[in-house]
Ligand binder design. Structure first.
Ligand SMILES: Cc1cc2nc3c(=O)[nH]c(=O)nc-3n(C[C@H](O)[C@H](O)[C@H](O)COP(=O)(O)OP(=O)(O)OC[C@H]3O[C@@H](n4cnc5c(N)ncnc54)[C@H](O)[C@@H]3O)c2cc1C
Length: 451
């Protein structure tokens, strides 16, 4: 019997825990640990910041989701991990594991730029539920006394989609409220060009966003390196200063602290390196899913920018990890798989939106191209995004990770979540040895009360 522990109850962790429970016989124990007792559908947080939807609408309490599903639940923060002993600490509890899936998402590097907020700074963020609520309260005040709005990201940020959403949603909402003529909007981005998105652009993404910016009179500044933020001014390298009354600037992401504390576990930013199977190269009992995972940028840019790790990429990593753990346990037969990192991503701008289909999200290494890259604009994107949020919440409420009908729908769009390894990748995995060598399966200590 093996104990599989999943850390992080977000878009990566919950579906992974459900899929593990679905595929593994009951003799194996699955436990989810998260430092928030609620799941948050993070892609909807820009709407929360504009008070267009209450936070509760995009959250689910985790414990009831696991009840009766034979998944153990620990509500707490992992503060310490010993990958040699295969134990982790949550408060004063020590949990032993046979397999660990890390899906702890993003910690925010607010220290990257002096004055970057909200904590200890002057700008807002929509990267976690608490920040979205702080932004909402500040936005309400801003509407009473509007002025210049600066939206974008600081150097090293990696998830540009929400910045575009925030700027264009702000335009839409301010127009609806008759306030737009009192709010000059400036978009500042470390991207080498608008629509680059950290992945080298997607079809006509650059043209689509710049057309929208022109249409909506939003000034945009590319290759922008924010160097300092004072209570009312954003300072850029090169000397330009942008006054603001409200600003939402995305910070760079980093890994959770307990990952950084373990020598050899994570890179300098705290992201977990993985083999093509999403297993750690040095610690064979550890897998990684989602934002916590290391992904190299496809190209070097004049101002640093990271790679986006979107929701569907995260789910496909989870699917691959579940398959590979089940294979290792001998529950299924076959070959290991890797996530395709093919994804559909939607950005909602209120009165329109852009859908991206990227196969894969990161261009092929050798050719620098993708098999398919589509970017389309239309109001229907906003409708689909809202419907998808409801679908995602409903599937979690029903204990489903990535159900067959979702996989069927994706395959009808020509999108697969996992695929076999190439010959080179197989060799790479073999070079790092199989999980079974030195396996400690069955030694997992403290048993966890299942919900
Ligand atoms: C504002 C915003 C908008 C986005 N919009 C989109 C979009 O439109 N489409 C899209 O595809 N992607 C979007 N993304 C990306 C998407 O949200 C991520 O891909 C996804 O959330 C990654 O899942 P994750 O499990 O890695 O992290 P998360 O979903 O953030 O989950 C991480 C979980 O780990 C927990 N945790 C952290 N540290 C610890 C610890 N030490 N111990 C225990 N638990 C811990 C956290 O509390 C959290 O519950 C957006 C991201 C942001 C920030």
């Amino acid at each position: 019997m093996a104990h599989i522990v999943v850390v992080g109850g977000g878009i990566g962790g919950l579906p992974t825990a459900f899929e593990l429970r679905h595929i593994l016989p009951r003799e194996h124990q699955v436990t989810l640990i998260s430092d928030r007792d609620k799941f948050t559908f993070i892609p909807s947080l820009p709407w929360v910041a504009f008070d267009e939807t209450p936070l509760e609408n995009v959250q689910l309490e985790i414990e009831p989701l696991l009840k009766g599903r034979d998944i153990g639940w620990i509500d707490g923060r992992v503060t310490h991990l010993d990958p040699h002993e295969q134990i982790l600490k949550v408060g004063d509890r020590t949990i032993a594991y046979d397999y660990l899936t890390i899906s702890t998402g993003a910690a925010l590097k607010l220290e990257a730029v002096p004055g970057l907020g909200p904590e200890g700074g002057y700008t807002h963020s929509v990267c976690n539920p608490h920040h979205a609520v702080l932004a909402r309260e500040a936005w309400k005040e801003f509407e009473k006394n509007p002025g210049p709005l600066v939206v974008g990201a600081v150097p090293g940020a990696s998830c540009m989609g929400p910045a575009y959403e925030f700027a264009l949603l702000a335009d839409h909402i301010l127009r609806k409220k008759g306030l737009r003529d009192r709010v000059p909007i400036t978009f500042v981005s470390p991207e080498p060009y608008a629509g680059h998105l950290g992945i080298g652009g997607m079809a006509n993404s650059g043209k689509l966003v710049t057309q929208l910016f022109e249409m909506k009179q939003i000034e945009w500044i590319e290759n922008a390196a924010v160097t300092e933020i004072t209570p009312d001014t954003i300072c850029l390298a090169g000397g330009r200063r942008l006054p603001f009354k409200f600003s939402m600037l995305l910070p760079p992401f980093k890994g959770a602290q307990f990952l950084c504390d373990v020598p050899g576990l994570a890179d300098a930013k705290g992201f977990v390196p993985v083999l093509p199977t999403y297993r750690h190269p040095e610690f064979p009992s550890i897998y990684s899913v989602g934002i916590a995972t290391q992904l190299a940028p496809p190209e070097k840019t004049p101002v640093p920018i990271g790679v986006p790790k979107t929701g569907q990429m995260t789910e496909s990593m989870g699917m691959a990890v579940v398959h590979n753990i089940a294979l290792d346990l001998g529950v299924i037969q076959g070959d290991p798989v890797k996530p395709t990192l093919e994804a559909i991503c939607m950005a909602d701008f209120g009165d329109t939106g852009i859908i991206f289909i990227a196969q894969p999200v990161l261009p092929e290494l050798e050719s620098g191209t993708r098999r398919r890259a589509v970017a389309k604009r239309g109001i229907w994107v906003s409708w689909i995004k809202t419907a998808f949020e409801r679908f995602f919440m409903a599937k979690l409420q029903n204990g489903l990770g990535v159900p067959w009908f979702e996989q069927l729908g994706l395959s009808m769009l020509g999108i697969r979540l996992v695929e076999p390894l190439s010959e080179t990748e197989r060799l790479e995995v073999m070079t790092h040895g199989s999980r079974s060598s030195g396996s400690r399966i069955g030694v997992a200590g403290e048993s966890v009360q299942n919900s």
